[in-house]
Design a protein around this ligand. Sequence first.
Ligand SMILES: Cc1cc2nc3c(=O)[nH]c(=O)nc-3n(C[C@H](O)[C@H](O)[C@H](O)COP(=O)(O)OP(=O)(O)OC[C@H]3O[C@@H](n4cnc5c(N)ncnc54)[C@H](O)[C@@H]3O)c2cc1C
Length: 486
Amino acid sequence: MADYDLAIIGGGLNGVSLARDAAGRGLRVILIEQGDLGGAASSATPRLIHGDLSVLERRGFWRVRRALSERRTWLRIAPHLVRPMRFVIPAHSDERPPWLLRAGLFVYDSLASRSGLPGSATLDITHHPVGNALKRPFGIAFEYADCVVDDSRLVVLTALDATEHGAEIRTGARCVRADRADIWRLAVIDRGHRRVITTRALANATGGWTSMVADTVLRQPQPAMAAMQMSQIIVPRLFESDNVYVFQNNDGRLIFASPFERDFTLIGTITHAFTGDPAIVAIPGADVSYLCEAASRYFRERVAPTDVVRTVSGVNLTPASARRRDGTTLFHARRRKAPLLTMFGGDVTTSRLRAEQAVTRLTPFYPMSPRWTAGAALPGGDFAWDRFETEVDLARDRWRFLAETQAQRLVAAYGSRLSAVLGEAKTRDELGPAFGPELTGAEARYLMSHEWARFPDDILWRRSKLGLTMPAADRDALAAFMADVI
Ligand SMILES: Cc1cc2nc3c(=O)[nH]c(=O)nc-3n(C[C@H](O)[C@H](O)[C@H](O)COP(=O)(O)OP(=O)(O)OC[C@H]3O[C@@H](n4cnc5c(N)ncnc54)[C@H](O)[C@@H]3O)c2cc1C
């Protein structure tokens, strides 16, 4: 008998979503990730949970409706990680004319009906606060509702939920060989130790590595795929208002500028074909200039490449024939050949649904309980999305030493599970050493014991984004602290 029903290679959003779904349906699941959870493309997404207006232009009504329905699901199951925002598109006649935008938003509103979010509106931005950061010529703008998400925490909390449903998650474990017969036999280098794992089915969810893993590890044929790179830049905060700007660039692309960790703005996305090793993806200088120029067309404050404090890039695959973003799932099973699922690409918004559909493909092979993930909150997400500020107030009542912005960050990260991090502390000092203005020893320890953090970057760039503001000396102190805990 095999050790597991399903082994998943790859701990990005696709891999952890498969693990969560399958474990909750009663399968014995193991996930193997060579680095950190969400360490690749899944922490470099545009952070949007949306129907994607640009898909409407291509008449993808069904796709938009499906994504908007998933947006409702995310608000229900991850109200701490997913935040509704007003998205603002300044109107001008160079690109899509105002009547076209108005018509598009009318359709978007209709497809999003019953979402509980307010519908679209027309703003006179010469008098509205959202106009303050913009150049003068933009007289009107259209405003509509969509959501932003903390993509890296979504990966980690999905993995946490998977383990709470019985999955085993191994980070720092690389699958180096898989032999296929009526079961799979995997060779894994698990933190320096060679380990053999047997499983009834295997999922290849290795993102930008999918073809390479299929070819060199699984030695299975692969359909033609194209590697695509996606990049964004982070600059100091460009606007005070709490909304996302959507700019129509002069090449037809939509560029998003969103608030990022209070003091910064995230600008993206630019995508193009990629060749090379997905582990060493970097944004080309020309793409940085492109995004700066695109933002400078709209914002009063000019954005220059020297303003960029960090860049984020990721690689994933799309079918070579159609460079779509809606992701691909392939399923292969034959007599005396154990099943192989391959899942790559796709966006954050539909990741839960695609994992659900992929795991369902295994139903002929195992007895399995019904679909469940749309109705179950992720860890800490058991409150209504419009009660986020109430949760913040409750946290400040209980831990009186928290400033409002600190409480907001902590509730957004841990939701109703914040007490697992802060315990019964009455003062800030009871939480151990401080690393920078926000991170405490208690939080670092929690992330190491419950959320697979092993190295400072796991905490500074994925479990949080505190790396943006933490002084170098505090990072060194954090590294020493973590080495002691291990
Ligand atoms: C061009 C492009 C545009 C995109 N646009 C959007 C968008 O508009 N909106 C949106 O939400 N998302 C977008 N995405 C999607 C998003 O970035 C990711 O594709 C998504 O998060 C799913 O990632 P993944 O899990 O497939 O891969 P990844 O997050 O890259 O995870 C794969 C993991 O596999 C691991 N791995 C590889 N080989 C091995 C091995 N041998 N053993 C163990 N582990 C291994 C890697 O370390 C990595 O962590 C886009 C992606 C691309 C490429």
